[in-house]
Each structure stands twice: as C-alpha cells, then as structure tokens.
Design a protein around this ligand. Structure first.
Ligand code: NAP
Length: 283
C-alpha cells in the first residue's frame, strides 16, 4: 500500500483509507463489516474515517470494536464534530463522547464536519485546545471551500490545519480547479469522500465505463481500482471508500499500488470531463 505525506502532520498515510458511513449497525452484516475493517487494516488501510453523526454514535462504537487489539500507533483514527455541536464547550464534549464510543484515549484527527452557523473562531479555538490537551493529534475541516479553509487555517494559529475532507468522484471533479492546488500550497491534505459516488461508479450505464474497463485490463486491475488510483493521482489527495464486506475491502486495497500513466489519465479525463468551476459540491 503506497503511502504519502499527509498535510503538515509529518506522518505518511496510505493513499486508500476506509470510510464508515452507513455501516450496518447490527446482526450478521455488522459482524461482516467489522471483519472487513480489520482485513483492511491488515492490508494497510489504516486511515479510518468516522463521525459522531454516523448512526448517532453507533458507527463509532462499531469502529471501536473493529480496531480493538491492533497496536494503537499503527492506526490513524479520524472523527468529526457535528456543526450543531460546534460551540467551544460542545466541541470539547463531542470529542469526549467520540473517544468513549471508540474506546480510545486520543484521536489522530478531529474535524468540523461541515461549516457551522457557530463562529468558526470558536470551533477552531476548541479544536486547538483539544490538540494541546492531547485528545487529538491533528485537526481538520470537511466540506470547506478555498476561502473558508484558509480562514480556518489562519484561526488555528500555531496548530496546523492538516486536511479538508471533500466530495470527489469521477462526475464531481470541481475541486481540481482551485481547491486541490490551494490546499497543496497551504500544505493541507485533501481527503476525497464518496469516491464511488456511493456505489454509482463504475456502473455499466454511464458512458465512461468502457474506458475504465480498458485501463483496468492493461494493469490486470478492476475499474474500481482504476477509479481510486485516478482520484489519488495528485500528491496531496487521499481517499476513503466505504466497504462493508471483506471482498470489497480487498479489491479497494488492491488500488494502493496502482500507478496510472499519463495516457490512462488523459483517457479517463476525456471520459469523465472535469467541467467548469462552481461552488463546492457536497453530498
Ligand atoms: P462510497 O465510498 O463512494 O461508496 C460506498 C458504496 O460502494 C457502498 O455501497 C459499498 O458497498 C460500495 N463499494 C465499496 N467498495 C466496493 C467494491 N470494491 N465493490 C463493489 N462495491 C463497493 O460512498 P460513501 O460511503 O459516501 O463515502 C466514503 C466515506 O467517506 C464514508 O463512508 C464516510 O466515511 C466519508 N464521507 C464523508 C462525508 C463528509 O461530509 N465528510 C460525506 C460522505 C462520506 P458495501 O458497503 O456493500 O461494501
């Protein structure tokens, strides 16, 4: 599994991590989801993304079960505070709840899930204090466009803003125009969420499917692996597909060493055009 520098953290992370939104919360499917996450960790997908929003804490608890037994320093566990909880006190309390759900002493990354009506200054002060208190190693934002991202970075002062987690898939490439370059310049990692359009890609009804299959055949890979390699081709972009079966996780991990050449990238670019720049798209 290829790894690269993750923003200003000073640590490298796998290019492919694991998302957890909508993980099954009970029964045999939950057991399989836990097996899948554990298999993904074994395969190097140690960046694990969750949020207090997912199942109102149930998914954090599931992730806590999944990571139990792994050496803590091999994991990179990320969670997010809901914008409605993002007052100073609310953020500190939400982080404590997430830690309890996950049964961890500290997070690796704690993010504001999307821009809040609460003053950004207040939330960033809380995130900074959580780093100073050792509750999280790093902090970031999610669903922030360029100006808001730079403002968050400014407000954090000495504490680095290490990432911005945003929507990015083959039919939603708007961030390539300004956000990815601005983030690179500011040493902020971009974490691409929903890389498969929540399961819509590769699909067989969209016109680019043939291109993905052709590129995949060249590398003895699958169209999904080609998608993940394409999305993470820039030096500061990572992705976190969500998969709740071992077979899916194994396929996704297989993208971690796939390097597309310029001709493949051009072919995918033509099949799934980036389009014009617009406001930041969110799910
Ligand atoms: P996604 O990763 O684009 O798609 C997930 C879907 O793809 C699931 O139905 C999954 O099925 C399927 N899938 C995954 N790997 C597969 C494979 N190898 N073969 C066939 N199907 C496969 O969608 P997402 O969950 O929206 O995004 C990923 C993660 O990003 C989330 O889980 C979450 O952690 C994060 N996220 C963050 C935000 C935000 O606002 N910050 C918003 C959305 C998502 P199975 O489950 O059956 O394996």
């Amino acid at each position: 599994m290829q790894r690269k520098a993750f923003g200003a953290t000073g640590v490298s992370l796998p290019v492919i991590g694991q998302g957890t939104w909508d993980m099954p919360e009970s029964g045999a499917r939950k057991t399989e989801a836990i097996r899948a996450i554990r298999r993904g960790i074994e395969l190097g997908m140690t960046h694990l993304d969750t949020a207090e929003m997912y199942g109102s804490g149930a998914v954090e608890r599931l992730l806590g079960e999944a990571v139990a037994g792994f050496a803590r320093e091999t994991l990179f566990v990320a969670s997010k505070v809901l914008p409605s909880n993002a007052t100073y006190k609310g953020t500190i309390e939400a982080c404590e709840r997430s830690l309890n759900n996950l049964r961890l002493d500290f997070l690796d990354l704690y993010m504001l899930h999307w821009p809040s009506h609460i003053a950004l200054r207040e939330t960033m002060r809380a995130l900074g204090d959580l780093v100073r208190a050792g509750k999280t190693r790093f902090v970031g934002v999610s669903n922030f466009d360029v100006e808001e991202m730079l403002e968050a970075r400014e407000l954090l002062g000495e504490i680095p803003l290490v990432c911005n987690q945003v929507l990015y898939h083959l039919r939603e490439r708007g961030i390539e125009h300004r956000l990815i370059p601005a983030a690179r310049e500011a040493n902020v990692a971009i974490v691409a969420y929903t890389p498969f359009g929540r399961g819509r890609f590769p699909g067989n009804s969209n016109t680019g499917a043939g291109t993905l299959e052709r590129v995949a055949a060249k590398y003895d890979a699958t169209p999904r692996q080609v998608i993940l390699a394409f999305l993470t081709r820039e030096s500061n972009v990572f992705t976190i597909p969500k998969a709740s079966s071992v077979a899916h996780v194994e396929e996704n991990a297989g993208a971690g060493d796939l390097q597309l050449d310029a001709a493949d990238i051009a072919a995918i670019d033509a099949a799934f055009p980036a389009g014009r720049e617009g406001p930041l798209a969110t799910l």
